[in-house]
Design a protein around this ligand. Structure first.
Ligand code: NAD
Length: 275
């Protein structure tokens, strides 16, 4: 199976490496000429002759930018899988124009490198079945969650939980430090109990050490909180904690932390509490 893969950033490049390893014939393209896995000189070259085209781009405008090429150069049986995190409405519109799945992921750069991503898929059942070998090469938990757009809705829900968890872990660290308790030891205990989470497992040491190299940038999480907020509005819901987390992420950006890892929410809450 030939795959055209567009967007070779923090996530896309290691995903292409895993698809290569699994034996797929992958042609990768990125606007940046120096990206690992870039074997096509243009989007057209990556798309032409592909059975499957995957995009792993920052946001909806970039996805919409490459769409005309996919429509023009894709063959009649092409399956288009967008694995970026974008708004569910855009995913639904894509699926009206061509055979498409929305398949955003969770698991971060490490999940992309290890091929252990969680993949939440919206779209037709038969297209999901066709895409499964591709998903198995990059992910571990793979769930068809509903019709077009449903994958993005689940991803928005995921980002609420991730943002909220970071904010509360940050507050827990600050509480322990301000009370003279060793936060690293405290978090070791938390990680083994009911408060345990993948975030505590993977990020507690770097957060206590104030190391915020991305990973997942604050700017991208800001985009995702916007998607979640709009989805809540469309569903007629009030989500008060989502509003608070959204404002904390906005504060991080306003404080010039946009290119740091999203665990830098700790810095924002720290600044709220400093003289
Ligand atoms: P990134 O910024 O590292 O990579 C995006 C790549 O797309 C860049 O290399 C950029 O040059 C390229 N690009 C932009 N416009 C293009 C175009 N028109 N044609 C070709 N290439 C283009 O972003 P990332 O961290 O890899 O994230 C990609 C998507 O995955 C985002 O939607 C993000 O929200 C989501 N995501 C990221 C993570 C993470 O931990 N980084 C985790 C889960 C989901």
């Amino acid at each position: 199976m030939r795959i055209g893969f567009i967007g070779l950033g923090i996530m896309g490049a290691p995903m292409v490496a895993n698809l290569d390893r699994a034996g797929f014939d992958v042609r990768g393209f990125d606007l940046a000429p120096d990206r690992p896995g870039r074997t096509a000189g243009s989007a057209k070259e990556a798309i032409s002759g592909a059975d499957v085209v995957i995009t792993m781009l920052p946001d909806s405008p970039q996805v919409e930018e490459v769409l005309p090429d996919i429509v023009e150069y894709g063959g009649p049986d092409l399956l288009y899988i967008d694995m970026s995190t974008i708004d569910p409405g855009t995913s639904r519109r894509l699926a009206e124009r061509l055979r498409a799945l929305d398949a955003p992921v969770s698991g971060g750069e490490r999940g992309a490198i290890e091929g252990s991503l969680s993949i939440m898929v919206g779209g037709a059942e038969e297209d999901f079945a066709r895409a499964l070998p591709v998903f198995h090469a990059v992910g571990k938990t793979i769930v068809h969650v509903g019709p077009p757009g449903a994958g993005q809705t689940v991803k928005a829900a995921n980002q609420l939980v991730v943002g909220g968890t970071y904010a509360l872990v940050a507050e827990a660290i600050l509480l322990m430090e301000a009370s003279g308790v060793d936060a690293a030891k405290g978090l070791d205990v938390l990680a083994g109990g009911l408060a345990g989470s993948r975030i505590l497992e993977l990020k507690r040491h770097s957060m206590v050490a104030r190391e915020f190299t991305p990973g997942f940038r604050v700017d991208l999480h800001h985009k995702d909180m916007g998607i979640a907020t709009a989805a809540a509005r469309d569903a007629g819901l009030s989500l008060p904690l989502t509003a608070i987390v959204t404002q904390l992420v906005a504060a991080a950006r306003a404080q010039g932390l946009g290119s740091l890892d999203h665990s830098a929410l700790l810095k924002v809450i720290e600044r709220i509490n400093s003289a």
